[in-house]
Design a binder for this molecule. Structure first.
Ligand code: ADP
Ligand code: MG
Length: 303
């Protein structure tokens, strides 16, 4: 603990008063704890007791804070920080780590369009991908290679990632696209079954705009293909043209599914208007041209 004795040689009345005020505050263990985090000598500190008390209060609010919604500081998401400048202290409001994280999330998210995806997926990150499961290693390797090639303008192939429910397929690809967004690459992430419902509902509104923005997105994830209620219209007028365009333009396209390609083919062949194996086959051929397939069968991570 720092002591006050060394100031005893201060002589002016004003200095004595400052010292007294500082000493009084120093009795408070929380204040002391805060002061001990500062690399500033005490003969400077004693001139700023009241602001330091404020900063100490904010420091302790932040110490036990669970998130921005619980912020108790004067300016939400910010804390008063003391920094030495020559023989004075400069106090300024600095964004806390929750606020910084939020800002970072907001900036990269301007590069992403999400249709009906959970908040959790918007925050998925490569750093947080579980590494305990060896089955993810080839997928992560593919991603690393993908980023390298994409940055060299080589339009690498996307991925068809299939496997068991809750194994983390969507999370993995969302993490990749978020990573790319941080590098200013635009993607669209579409929960496919819901996207089809939206398109149908918006037929007389902004249908064309929605459809085009997905078709032309620089990178696209069609999430959970095979889980939709398929009609001939959604297969032949929506899915088919999206894939055709993306193939012609070399636009990387990702898919997740609970079905492998064989099962997807059989799903795609059956619509409410009957069975059409040729049309289903054609879609599968496009998916094969656009992607490399990976399987991810793993424990269900959904809580
Ligand atoms: P799938 O798309 O295969 O059905 P999800 O990607 O939705 O599975 O993952 C299931 C759950 O597990 C989600 O709640 C997801 O956030 C979580 N999850 C999956 N993989 C990870 C991961 N690598 N790190 C953190 N959470 C994960
Ligand atoms: Mg999923």
């Amino acid at each position: 603990m720092k002591t006050i004795q060394k100031y005893m040689n201060l002589d002016s009345k004003q200095d004595l008063a400052l010292k007294q005020e500082y000493m009084n505050s120093f009795q408070d263990p929380e204040f002391r704890e805060y002061i001990e985090t500062l690399p500033i000598s005490e003969n400077i500190l004693i001139h700023y007791t009241s602001r330091l008390k404020e900063a100490s209060e904010e420091f302790h609010h932040c110490k036990n804070c669970k998130g921005l919604a619980f912020c108790q500081n004067k300016i939400k998401g910010y804390l008063l920080m003391a920094r030495q400048e020559y023989k004075t202290i400069n106090f300024s409001y600095v964004a806390c780590h929750y606020e910084q994280e939020k800002n970072q999330t907001l900036t990269y998210q301007t590069y992403l369009s999400y249709y009906e995806m959970s908040e959790e997926m918007k925050k998925a990150s490569m750093q947080r991908v579980y590494k305990d499961d060896k089955k993810r290693i080839p997928i992560i390797k593919y991603f690393t290679e993908f980023i390298k090639q994409y940055e060299k303008d080589e339009s690498p192939r996307g991925m068809y990632l299939y496997g068991s429910f809750g194994s983390g397929k969507t999370y993995l690809i969302a993490a990749l696209l978020n990573e790319l967004a941080k590098r200013h690459v635009r993607s669209a992430v579409v929960y496919f079954p819901e996207f089809l419902r939206h398109l149908k509902a918006s037929f007389h509104e902004d249908f064309e705009e929605k459809f085009q923005s997905i078709k032309k997105a620089p990178i696209l994830l069609l999430d959970d293909i095979g889980a939709e209620n398929l009609t001939a219209w959604s297969r032949d007028e929506i899915l088919g043209p999206i894939l055709q365009y993306r193939m012609e333009q070399n636009l990387p396209t990702f898919f997740t599914s609970n079905l492998n390609l064989e099962e997807l083919e059989s799903h795609l062949s059956m619509t409410t208007s009957g069975v059409d194996k040729v049309k289903a086959r054609r879609i599968i051929e496009r998916i094969k041209q656009l992607t490399t397939s990976f399987e991810l069968i793993s424990e269900n991570r959904r809580k």
